[in-house]
Design a protein around this ligand. Structure first.
Ligand SMILES: Nc1ncnc2c1ncn2[C@@H]1O[C@H](COP(=O)(O)OP(=O)(O)OP(=O)(O)O)[C@@H](O)[C@H]1O
Ligand SMILES: [Mg+2]
Length: 1254
């Protein structure tokens, strides 16, 4: 079957029966999917409520519920589990800048946590939105995030984290209920502050509770529920608890069943009860405490079941005293007293301000029911507050707290059909929060621009302060003040008080946001118009328990119930106890103050529909929320204004690292004032000029992200990484280059030197083959790879029986073989030369296989001389000690190299005879002469016949090797890329390139703090700098160029007689010199010292008269062309000349040769092309230059060759004949080379001799 490339085909393959294969879910999908709409609405092209709505809709339908407006997070409730709160997703946000990751509530949590740690400022997250929009969910996610990212392996820290998370199920059970708007509606406000130590670990927490909707305990509208805990307890209590508290199901209690809603979709009360108990355990509630809490719940439930009957006189009577008996049992009080408290009220008459008689006034059933409910509400409210303070006790900070992150989750703005005092309070708190938002994002912002003289275009917005004033103002009295007044004037009769309030609403009507409507009034809230019913409002505001109830509680034997009612009113006090309105006003005020002290983050939640539908996007309802939340204004202000501002001092303190002018190696170094430092930083961070402004005391930046301090650390980290990578790249590159040079050297320099030695040996006395003179010809030695592992080499090695001996030379050759009665003929052979002998191997074929046999082994010491013709032929004779076999006559293309190798191996104890004829011993005493004749008709090589070799003309004997082929000119690849390493790599030379380290400065402080800093002392005028010392003539050695030198890169080029200054001498023959202010390497043997002039500048002595060139001996004619004589004569091989021996060193001599010196170690790493400059025995050239010095050790040429017994010392003068004394005639004495014309070998030899002498 052909493989299909179509993705998805595989997935579509039918699953095996019984096993349904589900594709593995990939969490990254959420991150990879294409973003829909804009994730930050400040980027919207058109700013209007409609475009915001469109954007939110697109995103919400694409399951992207979060969108930013700058730093404000807009969250649209998805009403479904999107799988976006997993630990994997959470980790994605850890340590990330808000802009690096898609909008998320974790992003807000991260930035709050980061800012707290980085800037040491308290943070708060303000979550607002209407009921059911997702505030509580968002708050929980923030806690989840902080618990996950704030480190701390410590038990106590983990304990705090667990407790913080446990507060959610506990307080939701007691403080949340199903409403028509939300199945888990928060019926109280909660501000959770998590305290952190200096390391950012949570060490404690504290909850501030705002206004529990206690009315819910005694009654709910149809289809709503009481607080969750009542259903959990009645449904899931243990048998023991049922027994202990006489507990029944929720349907049997009036308080839980009256609204006909026992079950809620997606809420499992039984499971939740387990979670509640678990949370109680984590918080550390004792068994007794838990038991008492459940006792209170039972008391409340049973109180709800107390029924009143109307007696004939209209007074109330308890219908079933069993219930009250049981309640009295639960309360550990007297049942009769309880009954009395529930059915009568103690009234104290007052006469002329004095206390008068006390009466028991019987209550009618309605009054009795209200009294019962008041007791229930009071117990529940106080129980809730006790739980909150008990949680706070458990979460008390374990150690000193440095900073706090507060999370505010209040009850959302709500509008019901019947809105009462509770809704007024809830909506009032929401108004206050909207105020904070406006204050901080819109109003204060604009005011600050004016104050700081910043240029900007003002944005219009609705300021809801007018509504806040309407509710909370004292003068003119607002709604709360009017309620208080109504309560005060008609304190005994709630209905009269309500009426009194109705009249007062007329005065409030002057406020455009208020409308009096008889028994109702309307308030135009920022989030919509709400009509409130006045009936019962003053009583709820009064919120006072009658004295009888306190007496009842006081009589209880139950300590717990007493402890939850700590504040009993003082009957003698004339001071009016605070009303509920007073309390909510005070706590809302305190909350605002608290929030204003911290750096706020905002989450504005939006409810997409009223049906908890995950698919319905109610555009109209959302547009309404968009409008009242002021998102449009928010975007406009954000776009037009400056999202970030801070005092110059703070700015400098936070961001000085971003500018090299204000920091060095992490230290603050700016010496100017904070404002100028601030300007410098803003300039250096590259923020466009129109993106920031300097105010009077503060700097303003449009987008704070552009100056995030993290950039510094990020940059630093990448710089370090880059530097490290560059370093490695540089190191590797250097290593590679060194290796390349080394190889070059090995194959180039050394072999070229050997080749040049060959030139010296021949000394211009033999015509040359053209191929021998090619530039790339190298004397490689072992051509048959006997040293290696190839098959032929191995066979030859074994045929020669040389074991592991090193082979210096091997090649194919022809041996002149004399056949009986026939003329001699060349026959193929293999030559293998070791340090001891020359092996002649014959190869034969037998049974289709090659066989090799050693034909003759000629020990080197038996070879007295080697004879060659002066023509270009390839014949040579080894003149050996007399033997039966005679002297071998060989034809070998690599004859010069073979001679070289033999001379090297024999320490030049073999003479090289070159002449027009070659004499050899055919047999022991039978001498034979081979003559060499020029014959231009010979097409190739040469032809041997009957003791005569005919050969065409070759290249002139004084020919030198051609220069090596030029390397391809290519651009030199820079070793490093990137800015950190300078071209050519790092160097120690920091002169003028590195920054001067500025001195660290104290960070600027606010003026108050500056006061304690010593005022800057006026700088004493600096003393005039001393006059510079008179310039002396530099104390350097100066050299004159003896020859022109064309240097390569890094080398110094000069013309003859140029003067250079010595900078550094290196032992290996290269000196660092300076000319015209430039430095470069030059071969030292090109230079001669310019005698230093004495101080008095004496007249330089006349230069020594140049020594005339020595008269060349007749036999060494060819030599004269070899040396650098002023006018070299073209050399012509003299066919009639007698053979001469040549010193293979410098000068031709038929007596002895300069022994081969191993070129100064193979460590002359820089040989590259320098190898090719090494003389090539080119007589007409300046002396060869040594290899460049660094980084390799200098050439070891100076080391004298160890003296071998029987060997003469290294010659400094013509070497006396060696061996058997049969030195060829006309031995030439070695002339003294004129200074500067000696070749390297001679120079080295001289130096070695000097050292030896020393
Ligand atoms: N991010 C979310 N992902 C999934 N479901 C959510 C999310 N936010 C909210 N919900 C759903 O919406 C319901 C209402 O949310 P939540 O209780 O947080 O609203 P609220 O704003 O606190 O309302 P209230 O003011 O009544 O307390 C939650 O119970 C949950 O089912
Ligand atoms: Mg809530």
């Amino acid at each position: 079957m052909a493989v299909s490339k179509k993705a998805g085909k595989k997935a579509a393959a039918p699953a095996k029966a019984g096993a349904t294969k589900v594709a593995k879910a990939d969490w990254k999908e959420g991150f990879r999917k294409k973003q829909v709409g804009v994730s930050d609405m400040t980027l919207l092209t058109t700013i209007s409520n409609e475009s915001i709505n469109d954007n939110l809709q697109k995103r919400w339908l694409n399951a992207e519920i979060y969108t930013y407006i700058g730093g404000v997070l807009i969250s649209v409730n998805p009403f479904r589990d999107l799988g976006i709160y997993t630990d994997d997703v959470l980790q994605k946000y850890k340590g990330k800048n808000r802009l690096e990751v898609p909008p998320h509530v974790f992003g807000i949590a991260e930035s709050a946590y980061y800012n707290m740690n980085a800037y040491h400022e308290n943070q708060c997250v303000i979550i607002s939105g209407e009921s059911g929009a997702g505030k509580t969910e968002a708050a929980k996610r923030i806690m989840q995030y902080i618990a996950a990212v704030s480190g701390g392996q410590d038990n106590s820290i983990q304990e705090i984290k667990d407790m913080v998370l446990a507060t959610n199920p506990l307080l939701e059970s007691f403080g949340c209920a199903k409403t028509l708007r939300n199945n888990n509606s928060s019926r109280h406000g909660k501000y959770l502050e998590i305290m952190f130590n200096a390391q950012g670990e949570p060490v404690g927490a504290q909850i501030t509770n705002y206004l529990l909707e206690k009315g819910r305990v005694v009654g709910q509208v149809e289809n709503e529920r009481n607080f969750h805990i009542f259903y959990q307890f009645t449904k899931a209590a243990s048998d023991e608890q049922r027994e202990q508290f006489g507990l029944q199901g929720p349907e049997l209690y009036a308080y839980t069943s009256i609204s006909n809603c026992l079950e809620v979709q997606n809420i499992n009360d039984t499971e939740d009860f387990v979670a509640t108990l678990n949370a109680m355990r984590i918080i550390g509630l004792t068994v007794n405490e838990k038991s008492e809490i459940f006792r209170m719940l039972a008391i409340i439930l049973w109180l709800g079941n107390v029924q009143f009957e109307e007696m004939d006189d209209g007074n109330a009577r308890i219908a079933d005293t069993d219930v009250t008996d049981f309640i009295a049992y639960l309360m550990d009080t007297d049942s009769a007293m309880l009954q009395k408290v529930l059915t009568t009220r103690v009234v104290e008459t007052q006469r002329g301000g004095r206390r008068g008689s006390i009466y028991d006034v019987p209550l009618n059933p309605a009054q009795a029911t209200a009294g019962r409910d008041a007791l229930s509400k009071a117990i529940y409210n106080n129980l809730f507050e006790w739980i909150v303070s008990r949680i706070n006790v458990s979460m008390k900070p374990r150690s000193a707290a440095s900073h706090v992150i507060g999370i505010l989750d209040i009850f959302g703005f709500e509008i019901f059909e019947d809105n009462s005092f509770e809704q007024l309070c809830i909506n009032y708190v929401n108004e206050k929060l909207q105020q904070i938002f406006i204050e901080l994002t819109l109003k204060t912002e604009q005011e600050e621009y004016v104050r700081e003289q910043i240029q900007w275009s003002p944005i219009k917005y609705f300021n809801n302060k007018v509504v806040c004033d309407l509710i909370e103002e004292r003068k003119p009295p607002g709604i709360f003040a009017a309620l208080n007044d109504a309560c005060a004037t008609a304190h005994a009769d709630p209905a009269a008080a309500d009426n009194s309030f109705v009249q007062r609403t007329a005065i409030l009507s002057s406020n455009p946001h208020f409308e009096a409507r008889g028994a109702q009034f309307l308030v135009r809230h920022y989030a919509g118009d709400v009509t409130y019913n006045i009936a019962g409002m003053t009583d709820k505001n009064k919120d006072a328990l009658i004295k009888d109830i306190f007496d009842l509680i006081g009589s209880s034997g139950n300590q717990f119930i007493q402890s939850i009612f700590p504040d009993r009113p003082d009957p003698s006090s004339k001071k009016r106890p605070p009303t509920a309105g007073d309390r909510i006003k005070a706590s809302a005020g305190a909350l605002v103050d608290n929030l204003m002290k911290a750096q706020p983050s905002y989450i504005r939640t939006i409810k997409p529909n009223q049906n908890r539908s995950p698919t319905e996007y109610d555009s109209k309802a959302i547009l309404h929320q968009i409008k009242y939340l002021g998102l449009q204004e928010n975007i406009r202000v954000r776009r037009a204004g400056f999202a970030y501002r801070n005092t110059f001092e703070k700015m400098v303190e936070r961001f000085y690292l971003l500018s090299p002018s204000t920091s060095y190696a992490g230290e603050y170094t700016w010496t100017g004032d904070a404002k100028s430092g601030c300007v410098q930083i803003l300039k250096d961070t590259g923020i466009p000029k129109d993106e920031w402004q300097m105010g009077v005391t503060k700097a303003f930046i449009k987008n704070p992200e552009t100056t995030m301090r993290d950039r510094y650390w990020h940059n630093m980290a990448s710089r370090i990484q880059r530097a490290w990578r560059n370093y490695w790249r540089y190191k590797n590159e250097c290593a590679k280059r060194i290796q390349r040079f080394w190889k070059n050297n090995k194959e180039g320099l050394e072999y070229a030197k050997i080749r040049d030695y060959g030139h010296q040996i021949l000394a211009g006395r033999k015509e040359r083959r053209r191929f021998s003179l090619l530039g790339y010809r190298r004397f490689m030695g072992d051509y048959l790879d006997v040293n290696g592992k190839n098959a032929l080499g191995t066979e030859l090695r074994s045929a020669c029986g040389i074991g592991a001996e090193e082979v210096s030379f091997s090649c194919k050759a022809q041996l002149l073989v004399s056949k009986l009665a026939r003329s001699s003929k060349p026959s193929p052979r293999f030559l293998v030369v070791t340090g001891k002998a020359v092996h002649i191997v014959i190869g034969t074929e037998k049974d289709g296989r090659a066989h090799f046999a050693l034909e003759r082994k000629i020990p080197l010491i038996t070879i007295k001389s080697i004879s060659l013709s002066n023509l270009r032929d390839d014949w040579m004779v080894f003149n050996c000690n007399a033997s039966e076999e005679g002297d071998p006559v060989l034809h070998c293309y690599f004859k010069t190299e073979l001679v070289v190798q033999l001379l090297r191996l024999s320490q030049a104890s073999i003479n090289v005879c070159i002449g027009p004829t070659v004499e050899y011993a055919k047999k022991k005493d039978k001498k034979q002469v081979i003559s060499f004749v020029k014959d231009e008709t010979i097409p190739r090589d040469d032809v041997y016949k009957s003791h005569a070799v005919r050969v065409p003309s070759g290249e002139p004997p004084n020919s030198v090797s051609r220069p090596p082929p030029k390397r391809k000119p290519g651009t030199v690849r820079p070793i490093t890329q990137g800015k950190l390493l300078r071209a050519g790599g790092p160097s120690n030379n920091t002169k003028g390139t590195s920054r001067i380290k500025p001195a660290a400065q104290p960070l600027p402080r606010k003026p108050g703090i500056d006061a304690i800093v010593a005022p800057p002392v006026a700088k004493a005028p600096s003393a005039p700098a001393p006059a510079p010392p008179a310039q002396e003539e530099p104390d350097v050695e100066r050299y004159r160029a003896k020859f022109a030198f064309e240097g390569q890169e890094g080398e110094m080029s000069f013309k003859k007689d140029d003067i250079v200054e010595l900078v550094e001498k290196d032992d290996n023959g290269w000196w660092l010199v300076r000319k015209d202010g430039q430095e470069g390497w030059a071969p030292n043997n090109y230079l001669e010292l310019v005698p230093r002039r004495p101080k008095s500048t004496p007249i330089a002595p006349p230069p020594p008269a140049r020594r005339p060139p020595p008269s060349a001996p007749a036999a060494a004619n060819a030599t004269s062309t070899f040396r650098n004589t002023p006018s070299p004569q073209p050399a012509v091989a003299n066919a009639s000349a007698k053979p001469v021996a040549v010193f293979p060193g410098v000068f031709p001599s038929n007596s002895s040769a300069t022994p081969w010196k191993k070129p100064a170690a193979l460590d002359t790493a820089n040989a590259n092309t320098a190898g090719s400059r090494l003389g090539s025995a080119s007589a007409a050239k300046p002396p060869p230059v040594a290899t460049k010095p660094k980084p390799t050790p200098p050439q070891v040429a100076a080391k004298p060759t160890p003296k071998q017994p029987g060997k003469p010392p290294i010659p400094s003068a013509p070497r006396p004949p060696v061996g058997n004394g049969s030195a060829p005639k006309a031995a030439v004495s070695r002339p003294t080379a004129p200074a500067g014309q000696m070749d390297l070998a001679a120079v080295l030899a001289k130096r070695a001799q000097r050292m030896a002498d020393d």
